[in-house]
Write a protein that binds this ligand. Structure first.
Ligand code: 5GP
Length: 130
């Protein structure tokens, strides 16, 4: 079972911003920007493009709703979208509030946010999810 499946199951805690029957969105624990969120399918699958067309479309549409909530909750020019999957073999879409190109640089030093800050960001995004 992947670490993300353990998170979805509730065995590992997470800052959940949205969930439905098939998808789960939560704050990245090691964010490159405030509001950095991961959107994962509950169905465990490694590579995003190995999903069926229907599942990929649903994954993207769920991420679209999460991105809209992030845009409302976190002041930013854009919500950037990235897929890498080099670390965790469970398909996930990174959604990252952007003000400039460098905000999406995964090689730079990541933010160190307190539990209170993470909870606050999480609650704001969750409150804007429709
Ligand atoms: P990738 O697989 O896309 O290269 O990177 C995996 C992402 O998942 C990283 O941004 C990393 O910070 C995040 N991540 C890894 N383990 C955990 C975890 O246990 N909880 C949360 N919230 N994020 C995680």
């Amino acid at each position: 079972m992947t670490i993300f499946s353990k998170i979805i199951k509730g065995d590992i805690p997470s800052y959940k911003v949205a969930e439905d029957d098939n998808f789960y969105a939560f704050l990245d624990i090691n964010p490159v920007a405030k509001g950095h969120t991961l959107v994962v399918p509950k169905k465990e699958i490694d590579y995003i493009f190995d999903q069926t067309d229907a599942d990929l479309a649903a994954h993207t549409l769920f991420a679209k709703r999460v991105a809209a909530a992030i845009k409302k909750a976190i002041p930013c020019k854009r919500v950037g979208v990235a897929v890498m999957g080099l670390e965790v073999p469970h398909a996930h879409i990174h959604l990252i509030p952007l003000n400039e190109e460098g905000d999406m640089d995964f090689r730079k030093e990541h933010l160190k946010l307190s539990a209170d800050e993470m909870q606050d960001i999480c609650a704001k995004i969750a409150a804007n999810f429709e």
